[in-house]
Design a protein around this ligand. Sequence first.
Ligand code: DC
Length: 222
Amino acid sequence: MIIAIDGPGASGKGTLARRLAAAFDLAYLDTGLIYRAVAAKVLEAGAIPTDAEAACAAARALAFADLARPGLRQENIGQAASIIAAIPSVRAALLDLQRRFAAHPPEGKKGAILDGRDIGTVVCPQADIKLFVSASPEARAGRRHKELLDRGEPSIYARVVQEMEARDARDSARDAAPLKSAPGAFVLDTSEMDADAAFEAAKRIVSAYRPPSPAHGPQGEG
Ligand code: DC
């Protein structure tokens, strides 16, 4: 089983994906971390995030072990990741890695959950279940602000709103695989939900899923 979860930052999709993966014994890949790891490599090499050549080289050299690097969740890495993610050659270089994870989940798992911005639309358009997790900008900014404070990082709410708007605009307006709900995706608005409520709602969707029977496909009709 492949579950594709897309949505903007701080929509709650990461927590949801992790909990669903544990509940249904599926492998989990946070694809945002992939773009963040590429961004970290580019910055470390002294290049700027708009340098397509440097970003593409970093993307091609990326290994799964790079996703465990500390510091990838920092806001400056997130902004750089968002800039790098708009470069088509970078996205192309990262596609195979993500699709391989979905097709051959590690640790003998019988399926995978991938979350990101283009999983249902580009990476796994054939996913069994697609979820688009959204929340109002206010709810998301409030969550991100709290998350930063909880991590002991300084945070100014107005600045969080500003950075979130910039990232949303970039991720949604780019030509290459922009953030959008995939056809057939279940839309989950978590503005008024806590993590438990979002998990329960998603769990109901996944539990109700039945693979299409071959007899009901186009070949089997009549
Ligand atoms: O989900 P995140 O905040 O960790 O993602 C960081 C950036 O990476 C995000 O602003 C856009 C980009 N990204 C992407 O373009 N496609 C994905 N599938 C995942 C993330």
